[in-house]
Design a protein around this ligand. Structure first.
Ligand code: BES
Ligand code: MN
Ligand code: MN
Length: 458
């Protein structure tokens, strides 16, 4: 019955997602504010059309949050669906094979049935829209088995700073039994998995100042500290020869997994050669004593995300710059705390700066790591739903990315989340040519109603 509705509406479900993908709802750049509002309204209207009640745009100090609900019986359980309609900037545009906000379908090696190429296709509009269409399907067939609330935000990609206060101010409205989120990956289209952990994040910008003005690199070079040279050396010094992070105290709170937990994690299939081939690297890199899955799943990291300063125009200009800058992220694992790590970074960075420069450390947004239970009723419902539609039991995995609000759901709303994502890590999230498999999109729409069904069966 459900599958029939999906089959009959495949084209419509795709056309609508295309419309949503055409709206450049980039949260990092205020120039796209109208598009942010348009994307929020698009989802609002589709929730109304599907039969949701109390659908509204909730204003915040930043971008609006789309809220909607269907309470069929207050005595039944309630699923809170969370996702985000904002997307990452699409730059560098010249690296896209087709324009980021003109969705097109192309086949790829891992998506032989075709994939939708567009910014936000996978992260997270495609995955959010699966929920809207799964809801429509259940409503149309009169099979919604419990209550549902939607909270789709527009600031996930910039740290969700207004969603926390919104949740705290709306505890009653958001009352639910579980949060269901599709904003993560599965291992492969023939290997379903469910993330049961996300890393936290501490994001920092640094500014290193040398002389009070740009100088002739011949006249002064060699006698004055070059802030770019210094910054490069400072960043490089933050990993030792085993690629351990050298910030004192950085690992103090890190939870080491037991041999059994590690063995469990390593049951997930992983092909190192495929991984290297996909990224065109001759060798992987990382902390001694851990493999790739562990390095991205259970270990913290420090990475420079951007570095600039001096002359970067055409040709050569001989200049010893006054300033150098970098953006640095640290991915955190249980039980690291983003504020403490930011503080440790700041103290360390200031302490290793040589006398010839001054440094400013500016913290950006952060978020806490989470682990979600795999023995809960909700996890088991997701597991059963995926097993039903993929024909295979999903493997519990640890996601390397961050969704900072998940820790807050637990802390402030007392709600655990289930990370039932459907994307692939190779779908180029945040990169040029982001895409989302048609298989994945439809599989999500097919699977979500089973989650509702199994979750409602106590
Ligand atoms: N959906 C991603 C997070 C993600 C992707 C988790 C794949 C697991 C697997 C999310 O939109 C994201 O990109 N989060 C940011 C954090 C935010 C504070 C900018 C991230 O992880 O960089
Ligand atoms: Mn996302
Ligand atoms: Mn993202």
């Amino acid at each position: 019955m459900l599958n029939q509705y999906l089959d009959q509406n495949k084209q419509k479900f795709l056309d609508e997602l295309f419309e949503l993908l055409r709206i450049p709802s980039i949260s990092a750049d205020p120039a796209y504010h109208n598009d942010i509002v348009e994307a929020a309204n698009y989802i609002k209207n589709k929730l109304i059309a599907a039969g949701a009640d109390k659908v509204e745009l909730c204003e915040t100090a930043g971008n609006p949050i789309v809220y909607g609900e269907k309470i069929i019986d207050p005595s039944l359980p309630t699923v809170l669906v969370y996702g985000h309609y904002d997307v990452q900037p699409a730059v560098p545009l010249d690296l896209w094979d087709t324009p980021p906000f003109e969705p097109t379908i192309r086949k790829t090696a891992v998506h032989p049935d075709g994939a939708i190429f567009a910014r936000g296709a996978c992260d997270d509009k495609g995955q959010v829209y699966m929920h809207v269409k799964a809801f429509e399907t259940m409503m149309a067939n009169n099979t919604l088995p419990c209550n549902v609330k939607f909270m789709i935000e527009g600031e996930e990609e910039v740290g969700s700073s207004n969603l926390g206060p919104f949740c705290i101010a709306n505890k009653e409205k958001l009352k639910a039994d579980v949060v269901l989120i599709s904003d993560t990956s599965i291992l492969a289209n023939d290997t379903p998995s469910i993330d049961c952990g996300l890393r936290g994040l501490s994001y920092i910008e640094v500014e290193v100042t040398g002389p009070n003005r740009d100088l002739h690199s011949g006249v002064y070079g060699g006698a004055i500290a070059n802030p770019i040279n210094i910054l490069a050396k400072m960043i490089a010094s933050m990993h030792d020869e085993n690629n351990h992070i050298t910030i004192p105290g950085f690992y103090d709170q890190v939870v080491e997994l037991s041999a059994q937990e590690r063995a469990e994690l390593n049951k997930a299939p992983f092909d190192l050669n495929e991984y290297k081939k996909d990224l065109n690297v001759a060798e992987v890199w990382g902390e001694t004593g851990y493999n790739v899955m562990e390095r991205t799943g259970i270990r913290p990291t420090l990475d420079c995300n951007g570095i600039w300063g001096g002359y970067i125009g055409e040709g050569a200009k001989t200049v010893l710059p006054s300033k150098a800058f970098a953006k640095i992220s640290m991915r955190l694992v249980p039980n690291q705390d983003s504020h403490s790590i930011t503080e440790l970074f700041k103290n360390h960075f200031e302490s290793i700066a040589p006398k010839g420069v001054t440094v400013i450390v500016k913290p950006h947004h952060g978020g806490e790591p989470v682990v979600t239970p795999i023995d809960s009723h909700a996890y088991k419902a997701a597991e059963k739903a995926m097993e039903k539609t993929y024909g295979k039991k999903p493997i519990p995995t640890r996601g390397g990315g961050s969704i900072p609000i998940v820790a807050l759901f637990e802390r402030e709303l007392g709600l655990k989340s289930v990370l039932m994502g459907f994307g692939l890590d190779s779908d180029a999230l945040h990169s040029p040519n982001e895409h989302y498999g048609l298989f994945n999109y439809y599989k999500g729409i097919e699977t979500i109603p089973y989650f509702f069904q199994y979750f409602s069966e106590k």
